[in-house]
Design a protein around this ligand. Structure first.
Ligand SMILES: [Zn+2]
Length: 382
């Protein structure tokens, strides 16, 4: 039933369409045409305008023929760089790029798998309930598509995203992440002629950072200073430095504690420097913090997990719930009350020029989805 060559051809076709983040217009058009030809109603939300991209998130719906709750199936249309001029080369059943670009199996394998699944369902008149297909934009640049999604277009309360690298796992837990950007304002002065008239912003930043706990804080919590910028010249006391970083934890309370500690440390350091400052209101600081994504925490006995496990078991494959340290569209969906387990579309080494995907693994993912959909439509126990 699964047409292996058709699946491989579609993957190659999609992989070779340039679609780095914000430039998903062409691939979105092709996907709209394919999904429409399969009987889906296809719309785009206004996320594209909000992020200044070519197109919004694609939301498609197939009614199916079984009266059961809808399932959401999702992947993202954008890729990281270098992602232009991809040549998807198939050798011995494995797709790679020519080594100068990424392949874009992250996440075009998901798109091809979902479409092949729909083709098999429709051309064989198999039982299936309503399917809501969400192909997002800008996942790779901070989940911007999902963050700007028009959730009124989605009725499904649960489903699956195909965007992980662990074939034996379903991602059910991931951290809450915050990011911060701190500007420390000092005062410029000639470094040789009158340094005492200046307030050295870099020195203040260095003192504050040296007091912070950076790296792995405990088994489920991390903190990072990732970027620092400031200063004009070696002979000028720097008047501005910008520090950017993040904190993550599987435990939302812990990440909030880490964030509070970071901000307090900077505040206290600035205060202490003011005591010996030529200017009583300097150094000063301004702080911007942002919830980058909420965590996910799907219980092991949640139907989304049990259904995928039963489907995999029926295919002779054990699937275990796994925890990851990164965020994905699933985090945003979870925050909106849509519970999505993340499955593997077969990709390996994403975000590198060595990225690859086996056709066999894509075929397996189609079988997995078909079995999930079959069990759900037949309302079999799991
Ligand atoms: Zn991805």
């Amino acid at each position: 039933m699964i047409n292996r060559n058709r699946l491989a051809d579609l993957f190659k076709f999609l992989a070779e369409i340039d679609s780095i983040s914000k430039e998903e217009g062409r691939i979105a058009k092709e996907l709209e045409n394919i999904l429409s030809s399969l009987g889906a109603s296809v719309t785009f939300d206004d996320a594209g305008e909000k992020v200044n991209g070519e197109v919004g998130n694609l939301v498609a719906r197939l009614e199916g023929n079984a009266d059961v709750p809808p399932i959401l199936l999702s992947g993202h249309m954008d890729t990281v760089k270098p992602g232009k001029g991809v040549k998807a080369i198939l050798k011995d059943g494995v797709f790679t790029s020519d080594g100068t670009t990424i392949l874009g199996a992250d996440d075009k394998s998901a798109l091809a798998i979902i479409i092949e699944t729909i083709r098999v369902l429709t051309e064989n008149n198999l039982p299936f309930g309503p399917l809501e297909i969400v192909f997002t934009i800008c996942e790779e640049i901070g989940l911007l598509g999902a963050k700007n999604m028009d959730f009124s277009l989605i009725t499904a309360k649960s489903g699956y995203i195909l965007d992980s690298t662990d074939r034996d796992g379903i991602v059910t837990r991931s951290p809450t992440a915050y990011k911060f950007r701190i500007n420390i304002h000092g005062k410029d002065a000639h470094a040789g002629a009158a340094p005492e008239k200046g307030v050295n912003a870099i020195s203040v930043a260095a003192h504050a950072i040296s007091k912070l706990e950076i790296g792995r804080i405990d088994h489920e919590t991390t903190c990072n200073i990732g970027k620092i910028q400031g200063g004009m010249a070696t002979n000028v006391v720097p008047s501005l430095v910008t520090i950017e970083g993040e904190a993550r934890s599987m435990n939302p309370l812990k990440v909030e504690k880490v964030m509070a500690n970071v901000l307090n440390t900077f505040k206290e350091t600035v205060e202490s420097f003011r005591k010996n400052s030529p200017d009583t209101h300097l150094p000063a600081l301004d702080i911007a913090t942002e919830l980058e994504f909420p965590g996910t925490d799907i219980p092991d006995n949640h139907p989304v997990v049990k259904l995928a496990q039963q489907a995999s078991k029926n295919l002779g494959h054990a699937l275990k719930p796994v925890t990851i340290g990164g965020g994905a569209d699933a985090n945003i969906f979870f925050g909106k009350g849509i519970i999505t387990g993340v499955l593997c579309p077969g990709m390996t080494d994403p975000h590198t020029v060595r990225e690859s995907v086996k056709v066999d693994d894509m075929v397996f993912a189609v079988r997995q989805l078909l079995e999930i959909i079959r069990i759900h439509a037949k309302e079999e126990d799991y």
